[in-house]
Design a protein around this ligand. Structure first.
Ligand code: ADP
Ligand code: MG
Length: 238
């Protein structure tokens, strides 16, 4: 795990300015949510941290390493997407191990990591099943498992629960909180759901049109919103 520092990050698509100078300091082991309405730049910011966007400017540090120009695969970061796709023809064990094998990791190290992830996510009895034999929540756990086996310094999750039904979303929220404790990892979690952000996070980054509107604990956002946008979005008493 590691701290992450973002300085004056800028990113646009053609004439559209999406990230307009983002500064953020996230501590080692923190659970931080990026919260904001659809289109405000949450996914672009997360993808930039993962190294999946060509930046227009700014710098990103992971721990004591400047990763601004490090290729995505070498950043020690794992990302879980909203529309996670498992390989339909591979069983769960293979889905978890495939990426590691591709990178040339030794068989016994792969098995250790897969078994460890399966224990943490309680999917050990599912390892021989194909994705079509899994429920939505089980599939989501496998998708998260693919990030865990990489043992990254930083986990990025982009609305990982938004395709699940409401009841399952609540269950998975609790599991994610437990996972954060268990892994003691730094996690950044994107959501447009205030309740999700307020219940899961150590601190919340409220994004408004490509800028940080406020960065604080859930209580700070609730009782001391920095502006009307935050107050309206969080639904605070003011
Ligand atoms: P969010 O995740 O907060 O909903 P995004 O980061 O996905 O927002 O998008 C922010 C803005 O950037 C939106 O206006 C979106 O249409 C635009 N955008 C995102 N990705 C691209 C892209 N690859 N090409 C062009 N525009 C994009
Ligand atoms: Mg998004």
């Amino acid at each position: 795990m590691a701290s992450i520092r973002i300085e004056n990050l800028r990113k646009g698509f053609g004439s559209l300015e999406v990230l307009k100078g983002i500064d953020l300091d996230i501590a080692d082991g923190e659970f931080v949510c990026f919260l904001g309405p659809s289109g405000c730049g949450k996914s672009t910011l997360l993808r930039s941290i993962a190294g999946l966007e060509d930046l227009d400017g700014g710098a990103i540090r992971l721990g004591d390493r400047d990763i601004t120009h490090v290729p995505s695969a070498k950043r020690d970061i794992a990302m879980v997407f909203q529309n996670y796709a498992l390989y339909p023809h591979m069983n769960v064990r293979k889905n978890l191990s495939f990426g590691l094998a591709l990178n040339g990791m030794k068989r016994d190290e792969i098995d250790r990591r897969v078994d460890n992830a399966a224990d943490i996510l309680r999917i050990r009895e599912l390892l021989a099943r194909k994705p079509r034999q899994l429920s939505g929540g089980q599939r989501q756990r496998v998708a998260i498992g693919r990030a865990i086996v990489r043992e990254p310094k930083l986990f990025l999750l982009d609305e990982p629960l938004s395709n699940l039904d409401a009841g399952l979303r609540v269950t998975m929220r609790v599991e994610l909180a437990a996972l954060h404790t268990r892994l003691a990892a730094t996690m950044i979690y994107v959501t447009h759901d205030q309740v999700e952000a307020m219940t899961l996070s150590d601190r919340v980054v409220v994004l408004d049109k490509g800028k940080v509107s406020q960065f604080g604990t859930p209580l700070e956002l609730f009782y001391q919103p920095a502006n009307l946008f935050v107050a309206g979005f969080i639904g605070s008493p003011r």
